[in-house]
Write a protein that binds this ligand. Structure first.
Ligand SMILES: [Zn+2]
Length: 312
């Protein structure tokens, strides 16, 4: 197994680790906060676990040293490796929103529905989420606190919209906000922000309220799971909200015209493609494909369709 590591120091004892979902570089980021009580944010997929382990070893974090593993939400590109990492780091507490906790203890239902969505590609994309001993899982509610040691804290803030079990995580020392997928997908190569609105949980008003909540926390920097740090906080959160509105408007039009999903996807992609350097103008097909794998237009349109159906 190739466990080549890419570790990027971000200052404040924070390290970005490329968790290399399905072998792709630069689409899934985990973060290590190397404080007195080291904390791993987003272990990535099950297939990512050996890569994360190699990265932690490189940074001197041994099996007994990791204090906490926390996920922003339980989608498999973020939390698929929790069971593996929990085994590798037997003293680490696993922190998750209460709506996701039972799926980490017993992933069977989550894996069944993921299998229905992804079919055979589930194994190459994510692998199998393994169960974590329930006694090691701490469920947080609207807010929660992770002790990073030395008075430093990571505070969780409930942020549904992308998923009903989503939290943002704010570092009390650096002002870093780990946004998970609640602010969409940030593509560092082109500085694009794209929406992430998959079924079945996406809801526009809920997602916008979470973005407003993020802004009210006054973060100094946003750390995207996809992908990396962004310092233009207000502009980026504003762009995230705008992306959601544009996509929901476009899907609403498709719905008004009674388009089926295929035609709706084609219409929305055509209407929005010039908003993104990654798909408009000079296309880098490899880059576009890589991000399409992570957050496909089809899944986004289906999620918005589902949400609009609920409100109708
Ligand atoms: Zn994600």
């Amino acid at each position: 197994m190739d466990t080549t590591t890419t570790i990027t120091p971000l200052g404040g004892d924070v390290y970005e680790i490329d968790t290399r979902m399905a072998g792709h570089t630069g689409i899934t980021a985990g973060y290590l906060i190397l404080s007195d009580r080291p904390c791993l944010v987003e272990p990535g997929t099950s297939g990512s676990a050996p890569v994360v382990q190699a990265a932690l070893r490189e940074m001197g974090v041994g099996p007994d040293d990791l204090a906490t593993v926390v996920v922003t939400h339980i989608h498999l590109d973020h939390a698929g490796g929790v069971g593996d990492i929990a085994k590798m780091y037997p003293r680490a507490e696993v922190v998750v929103h209460e709506k996701g906790a039972r799926h980490l203890a017993d992933p069977s239902r989550l894996m069944r529905s993921a299998r229905m969505v992804y079919g055979d590609s589930l194994d190459t994309l994510f692998g199998e989420l393994k169960p974590t001993d329930a006694a090691r899982i701490r469920a947080v509610e609207d807010t929660g606190v992770i002790d990073l040691g030395g008075g430093r804290r990571l505070e969780s803030h409930y942020s549904p919209g992308h998923a009903k079990h989503h939290v943002g995580l704010m570092d009390s020392q650096t002002g870093d906000l780990y946004v998970g997928d609640a602010a969409g997908i940030y593509i560092p190569e082109t500085a694009d922000v794209k929406p992430a609105t998959p079924p079945p949980d996406f809801d526009l008003d809920t997602a916008l309220a979470s973005l407003a909540r993020f802004r009210s926390l006054g973060p100094q920097r946003l750390l995207f799971a996809h992908y990396g740090p962004v310092s233009e906080v207000d502009d980026t959160l504003e762009r995230s909200a705008e992306e959601l509105r544009v996509w929901v408007d476009a899907v609403q039009d498709a719905k008004d015209q009674d388009l089926d999903l295929d035609h709706a996807v084609a219409m929305v992609v055509d209407r929005t493609k010039d908003r993104y350097a990654v798909t408009g103008g000079d296309i880098d097909p490899e880059l576009a494909a890589k991000y399409e794998l992570l957050s496909s237009a089809r899944s986004n349109v289906a999620g918005i369709m589902h949400a609009l159906g609920k409100h109708a």
